[in-house]
Design a protein around this ligand. Sequence first.
Ligand SMILES: [Zn+2]
Ligand SMILES: [Zn+2]
Length: 291
Amino acid sequence: MQKSAFRALKTDNQAAKSAQWLSISKTNENAARQRLMENEEAEARAQMEDEEMKEEIYTIPVMDAFNESEGCPFCAMQAKLEKESVEYCLGPSYMEDDIRMETDKFGFCQKHYEELLKEQNRLGLALIISTHLKRISSFLADAPVAKKAKGFFSKSSDPLEPLKEVLDQASEGCFICSRVGGTFLRYAETFLYMWPKTQELRGKFEKSPLCLKHFAMLVKLGSKEMPQQAWEQFYPALAEVQSHQLQRLEADLDLFIKKFDYRYRDAPVGDSRDAVPRAIKILAGCNPDEI
Ligand SMILES: [Zn+2]
Ligand SMILES: [Zn+2]
């Protein structure tokens, strides 16, 4: 009897403890759920802020180029990125291992070597070039005596494959071109994203002389990436801006040519005086400050 009372008491105690535990665990569970929700909200907020910040990183330079450039705004964005990259290469970055690995592998194209030469850091440039050359030399030294690979399918066993890859990287690659290329593409995508939403940008765009290279880029990228409805609004505006510009240029060039004919000696010069350099800027996409 006593035993059963004790058992009953024990069972009651256990039940009470279980209930208590359940209640504590429920409270903990609620608190944990609350914390999780708070964390998720904070994460979503941080992600939104991060997205907004990322968006600003790209929208500001795009808007600046349309506000400040008198020539093709995309040429201006590219020139600014290239200038920053040249300075970056010869700043403290050339001492960083991961950057040096890239410049050792790719070196630079002719245009960017020339830009690097203009900077006041010959020692930095000498160090970069020195390790780049050493990498090529080491692959050259390790390469076996050249034998022609046999047959069409034996490419994988070509003993010169590692050297060929190194030579491709060094002769065709450029650290600055690759670095600029990625950011520039984001600028172009940001422009296409902003165009339907930003009246100010559309107004500036209508007055901007686009070079042929960047006109072609917008046709290709816009037709691929813009939503159908936005593209159907954007393409006619783009085509009209470009046609109008080319027609004006043709008329100015015609007048420039005519002025060499004595019969037109007294005709008004109009805007024909700088028609040739202007045409080159449009056709070749030069940096507007270079001509
Ligand atoms: Zn351009
Ligand atoms: Zn380059």
